[in-house]
Design a protein around this ligand. Structure first.
Ligand code: BGC
Length: 764
């Protein structure tokens, strides 16, 4: 197949049945072929952090082995790198493995927002912040697609929990959707043009996303210009015809004999316009056309990919705490390094479900520490606990004894696989109690304890945090995580990750707490735009570790923040630029993630006290300085107004702050930004105050009713105290009030003039 002409010829020659087959796939992982017309089938496979190509026995639970592939850090980890270049390199490697296995589309990445740390699938998602999620996913998609294969951006949209995921209605107001849940999708679609977008299982405000024309067509294609294929999540289609009409091109896996029949019957019965089917068929043919020919290039260099996985895992780990500079470990010959915790020997580095990769190999932290520890250091191990079981006294006593004789102890803790997975949500944020108890006994025996965590989403560091001087959060960081941990603990590399999600003090503090996971088929996004740090900050709550936080083995100073506002919002040229200098004031090289947050100081609507609007990672040697530069647009200062159905920038002061986390802002500047007043057109229900605030309408009122020598309107309308009381009444509703010299005819005439029709407006 070559060229548009060919696609058009095939569309003309396909029978109705063949067209229906093309929009439903042929089996669990393949689209349908039409051999008669030389249309081959293409293969898709999970994603997102490694290729999961299943040669036989298709499933999506991960139970059946797939071909070996590199398991890179999961999105939860990758996001903590705050490094789009790294995400792009991971994407390139994923693309190479996908291409070499003759898979056309890698099913990922997932950019759903971490609305609650309880979501069982958070390990597959990037962040609680849409900018961070969007920037990293966009880079990753560009990396994968640079290898000539496609991606599937998922799960579009508002799929933020696993509980009842196929049926639940996410009840979300439009402002929240636009500001929090859609922007990461929007960025990836507009910047990286993924070949496909995968619709989510859930309903949005009552309507299944697979049948949602607003999401699948109006926003995705109409507003963002998406031209690829919309594929269903596996099993998300309940009405094939309605889904087709809404803009869903490919149903996966196919409900053979049911979906194709429904499409054919609907066209024959005249209830589905064949043009709608043709539109999706064309998109499918385009997908097949751009899919690569069978691979005949060199084999994948799995060693190089493993080395990349290790490098990336190093940059993803977040050093949460490092009192007294316990890390990196300072071990002289003759020292004993105690290693406690079964995960040091049996690491957990990826999550369960459809993303589970059959690895090419796995680094075991204990082995890696043994290999990298300086000559003459004894690396001694005690498992301490069984990851899933209750406290085992013998194991705990053995760990305690090791702690007593060790110079320093590293305790490996984390969530067992049964705690978090695709398919269900967690019910609490605690580590298993057996782990906490062993840690307590170890820390009492030896206070020089560093905790290494492996988990897919936040765990509470209470009650144990005060007992340990150092905590390194590694997330689920892929098959080379063990080597990366050894590099970081022993100091051949410096931690540079920052939190992509807040670690709360209590589950009850998380903004979605009262509305998660919903009931009776609905989950109300009651916290609105106040998700993650936006909510914690608005409520002024203490957090265990804030969004953006992460230590290194060095220190940084910020200076010289400059913020410039140029252009004019009225003609679309408004731009805000910011620069600041950062100096590495320590003795080691390190990377600082400079974060820029904005607050609309004069907002008339409820807005978060700070929102991430830019970030950049600087690599600085000791004593070295670098410049962070940021470019902001009007959109970065705006909120989504439901009333005007668009982004609104309100004139006024904005605080622009830079710092090392959302709670560690080092420098700030307040700038004034001018913008034309935006208000919905006045109508019959517009209030007195809205009339007075609108310069044209206020002038009209003054002209119609006259003013006294002080310029005040007559009667109540000119009395400031009265306006305080009745300013929120519709103007026309005041016509019957004493001392209001106004009648309906005058209001209608003014409305007619304002709308430019000259005619009156009927009451609404
Ligand atoms: C998951 C998707 C995945 C698909 C195919 C679904 O259950 O939600 O993320 O790509 O299965 O395995």
């Amino acid at each position: 197949m070559v060229g548009d002409v060919e696609v058009e010829r095939i569309v003309r020659e396909l029978t109705l049945e063949e067209k229906a087959s093309l929009v439903i796939g042929s089996d669990f992982w393949h689209t349908a072929a039409v051999e008669r017309l030389d249309v081959p089938r293409v293969m898709v496979a999970d994603g997102p952090h490694g290729l999961r190509k299943q040669p036989d026995d298709p499933d999506h639970t991960g139970a059946f082995a797939a071909v070996p592939a590199t398991c890179f850090p999961t999105a939860a980890a990758l996001a903590s790198s705050w490094d789009p270049d790294l995400a792009r390199r991971v994407g390139e490697a994923l693309g190479r493995e996908t291409r070499a296995e003759d898979v056309a589309v890698l099913l990922g990445p997932g950019v759903n927002i971490k609305r609650s740390p309880l979501c069982g699938r958070n390990f597959e998602y990037f962040s609680e912040d849409p900018l961070l999620a969007g920037v990293l996913a966009s880079a990753m998609v560009q990396g994968v697609q640079s290898q000539g294969v496609g991606t599937s951006l998922k799960h579009y949209a508002a799929n933020n929990q696993e509980t009842d995921r196929v049926r639940v209605s996410a009840d979300v107001d439009e402002r929240t959707l636009r500001e929090i849940y859609l922007p990461a999708f929007e960025r990836v679609v507009t910047e990286a043009a993924p070949w496909t977008v995968m619709c989510s299982y859930n309903r949005l405000n009552g309507l299944h996303v697979s049948q949602h024309p607003g999401l699948l067509t109006d926003v995705l294609r109409g507003e963002w210009g998406f031209e690829g294929v919309v594929v269903s999540d596996w099993g998300a289609v309940h009405d094939r015809v309605a889904a087709l009409e809404a803009g869903l091109d490919l149903e996966m896996p196919p409900q053979l004999g049911w979906s194709d029949r429904a499409v054919v019957d609907a066209v024959r019965a005249g209830t589905l316009d064949e043009k709608v089917l043709d539109r999706s068929v064309r998109r499918m043919l385009e997908l097949v056309r751009r899919s690569p020919a069978p691979y005949d290039g060199p084999p994948v260099d799995h060693d190089a990919h493993h080395a990349l996985a290790r490098e990336v895992a190093r940059d993803c780990a977040v050093l949460l705490k490092n009192d007294g500079g316990l890390l990196p470990l300072d071990l002289a010959s003759g020292a004993v390094l105690g290693v406690v915790g079964e995960p040091a020997r049996t690491p957990r580095f990826q999550g369960a479900g459809s993303s589970q990769v059959t690895t090419t190999r796995v680094d075991v932290p204990l082995d890696e520490l043994g290999a990298l520890a300086p000559e003459g250091v004894e690396v001694a191990f005690a498992p301490g606990f069984d990851p899933e079981g209750p406290v085992d006294d013998d194991l705990a006593a053995e760990a305690e004894a090791l702690a007593r004789r060790a110079d320093v102890v590293v305790v490996f803790l984390g969530l067992p696989a049964s705690y978090e997975s695709e398919g269900f949500d967690r019910t609490h944020l605690h580590l298993p109690s057996a782990q906490v108890e062993v840690l307590d006994r170890v820390a009492r025996a030896n206070p020089r304890v560093a905790v290494v965590l492996a988990n897919g989403s936040a765990v509470l560091p209470s009650p144990w945090q005060p007992q340990v001087p150092a905590i390194l959060e590694c997330w689920l960081s892929g098959q080379a995580a063990g080597g990366a941990v050894a590099d970081l603990l022993l100091g051949s590399a410096c931690p540079s990750g920052r939190l992509a999600e807040t670690i709360p003090v209590r589950l009850e503090d998380t903004p979605s707490y009262l509305n998660f996971p919903g009931e009776e088929g609905h989950v109300r996004y009651g916290e609105g735009v106040f998700v993650g740090y936006r909510g914690h900050d608005a409520l002024g709550q203490p957090v265990a570790f804030p969004f953006g936080h992460g230590l290194t083995y060095t220190t940084f100073e910020y200076h010289g923040l400059e913020v410039d506002v140029t252009g004019d919002h009225a003609d679309g040229t408004l731009a805000v630029s910011a620069t600041c200098r950062v100096t590495n004031t320590g003795e080691r090289a390190g990377q600082e993630v400079v974060q820029l947050y904005v607050q609309d100081v004069d907002a008339t609507v409820a807005r978060p006290p700070r929102e991430l609007r830019g970030f950049t990672k600087l690599d600085l040697g000791p004593g070295q300085s670098g410049t962070a530069t940021f470019a902001l647009s009007a959109r970065d200062l705006s909120y989504w107004s439901e009333r005007v159905h668009g982004w609104v920038l309100e004139a006024g002061e904005f605080e622009v702050a830079v710092g090392a986390s959302s709670r560690d802002l080092r420098l700030s500047r307040t700038v004034y930004v001018d913008a034309p007043r935006v208000a919905p057109p006045l109508g019959p229900m517009s209030s007195l105050q809205e009339w007075l605030d609108d310069p044209e309408a206020a002038a009209m009122l003054r002209q119609a009713l006259g003013v006294d020598p002080d310029g005040r309107l007559p009667g109540m309308l000119g009395d400031p105290q009265a306006v305080d009381v009745v300013g929120n009444f519709p103007l026309r509703g005041l016509a019957g009030f004493p001392n209001v010299p106004l009648d309906h005819a005058t209001v209608d005439a003014m409305l007619g003039r304002l709308s430019g029709t000259g005619s009156s407006t009927s009451p609404g």
